[in-house]
Design a protein around this ligand. Structure first.
Ligand code: ZN
Length: 489
């Protein structure tokens, strides 16, 4: 009893002290707040603030970037400059000047590559840096041109965060508030794949910012609200109605394949810039697809295939990722994506049976012609071989599944089921396990063993039959797919 009384009076005393301490705290807080605010306010409440201004000169397009950030209590930050992208190196060299915009701030170029030290009075509310990024012209020939992916001219600018953004110390997975703002000539419009043209984000991680796309120019803009996408292209291209309709159909097909929809609208930028007939190259990034296409753009199978392929990378590559760039899984990322793109476009009626067979024969041709002398292949050929391998493996796997289940199940359906899985990074072994787990209850033991063997790449051969009417024939010593009995469909 006594003990309880003692505790109660003790508690009352403690509460009094707490209230007293709180009042003191309020008084102190008020005193601090009423002091004159420093003249140098942050430009916004975002921890990182970028302002992008195009500098359009006669022969060279540049982007001026003003970067503002809050200084830390050490009074020192390290700025990290862009380093590599795709096959490209030395992106930092494209940055022509880095200078400070406020007094009391100094820059020191470090011996460590691509790093600059910024020194400022501790807790400076606004550290302001300006740098100028020199943009290459859009490529005329896309072979080995991935380093040219940031590009610009007098009509448009296309940037990827990773290739031009400088940022202070930032752990890739830590989220920060960021503001990215285009300052543009009157006739220009700006877009970012961060879901708004002037993107103010309450929290974003470094990885997402680096994978974002920034487009500006005198652009043709088409909103496709049903498919939750925005198309942008240089205005002088004039996208025809058949092209826009086809794009809409491809988007619809991909949305049908995915069960989980991404909430942010997709920014699809089309740049018809290549001079050769068959220049088609694409890139799938954060809420964005970029397609680089031949100049005289036509609504055709190549365009639908490229767009489908890039859309499918939003799952196969971005949600289901290969661990540490595991080379052994490129066949899955690229070749399976090719299989899906072609199959889905064919089954939806967007491409004809003839187009479908032509595409498969191209993969078959590539496989037969490059396989025997692999040691002398260029990097590009090596890559393309994996596309062909993945598509042929897919056809083989599909043949096993459909014949074992009497068409009740398919490889396409298996992959569709796999899109339901949470985002993850997989090794070769983990991927095989996921595939086999998905098929376990549906296939016979023999069929499962055959698929396991295929996944180990022990037997990459073109399958004899693909669907009801396409068969493998030998034509002048070369294996080709033809319609059974010359007619089909
Ligand atoms: Zn790809």
């Amino acid at each position: 009893m006594n003990q309880i009384a003692f505790t109660k009076s003790h508690q009352a005393l403690f509460t009094f002290y707490r209230v007293f301490a709180f009042v003191i705290f309020l008084l102190l807080a008020f005193a601090c707040a009423s002091q004159k605010a420093p003249s140098l306010k942050p430009k916004s409440d975002a921890q990182l603030h970028y302002e992008l201004t195009p500098l359009l000169e006669q022969h060279q397009t540049r982007v001026q970037v003003d970067l503002y950030f809050h200084g830390n209590e050490r009074g020192q930050s390290e700025l990290l400059l862009p380093s590599t992208w795709g096959n490209g190196k030395g992106l930092a060299k494209k940055i022509e000047s880095v200078q400070v915009l406020e007094k009391n701030i100094t820059l020191t170029h470090l011996n460590v590559q691509n790093r600059i030290r910024v020194t400022y009075p501790p807790k400076t509310p606004r550290v302001a840096i300006r740098y100028i990024y020199k943009l290459p012209q859009p490529p005329q020939d896309f072979r080995n041109s991935s380093e040219l992916r940031p590009f610009g001219n007098h009509e448009f600018i296309h940037l990827i965060g990773e290739t031009f953004l400088i940022h202070p110390d930032w752990h890739p997975h830590t989220k920060r508030p960021v503001l990215v703002k285009w300052l543009l000539p009157a006739e220009w419009q700006g877009f970012t794949s961060l879901s708004a043209s002037q993107a103010r984000l309450s929290s974003i991680d470094l990885k997402t910012l680096r994978q974002s796309v920034f487009v500006a120019g005198a652009l043709f803009i088409k909103h496709l609200p049903n498919e939750s996408a925005v198309l942008v292209a240089p205005q002088n291209v004039g996208l025809s109605a058949p092209i826009i309709n086809g794009i809409q159909k491809v988007l619809h097909n991909a949305n049908q394949f995915y069960t989980a929809q991404n909430a942010s609208p997709l920014l699809i930028s089309l740049f018809p810039i290549g001079t050769r007939c068959c220049d088609y190259k694409g890139l799938s990034l954060h809420n964005a697809l970029t397609l680089m296409l031949p100049k005289n753009l036509m609504p055709n199978t190549n365009l639908w295939h490229l767009l489908s392929h890039e859309l499918l990378h939003r799952w196969n590559g971005q949600v289901l990722k290969r661990k540490v760039n595991d080379e052994q899984l490129i066949w899955f990322n690229e070749g399976v994506t090719d299989f899906l793109a072609r199959k889905i476009n064919y089954e939806s009626g967007l491409i004809t049976l003839k187009d479908y067979v032509t595409g498969l024969n191209r993969a078959l041709w590539r496989w037969q012609h490059t396989k025997p002398n692999q040691t002398r292949l260029s990097h590009n050929d090596h890559m393309m071989l994996r596309y062909a391998k993945g598509e042929l493996l897919s056809l083989q796997i599909d043949e096993i599944i459909t014949s074992d289940t009497k068409n009740k199940h398919s490889w396409l359906q298996t992959l569709k089921d796999m899109t339901q899985m949470p985002a993850q990074e997989v090794s070769k072994e983990q991927l095989h396990e996921l595939i086999l787990k998905n098929l376990k209850t549906k296939l016979s033991r023999e069929a499962l063993a055959k698929i396991q063997e295929l996944l180990e790449h022990k037997n990459t051969q073109p399958p004899q039959n693909i669907g009801e009417c396409i068969r493998l024939f030998k034509d002048q010593g070369i294996l080709v797919y033809k319609y059974k009995n010359g007619i089909c469909g």
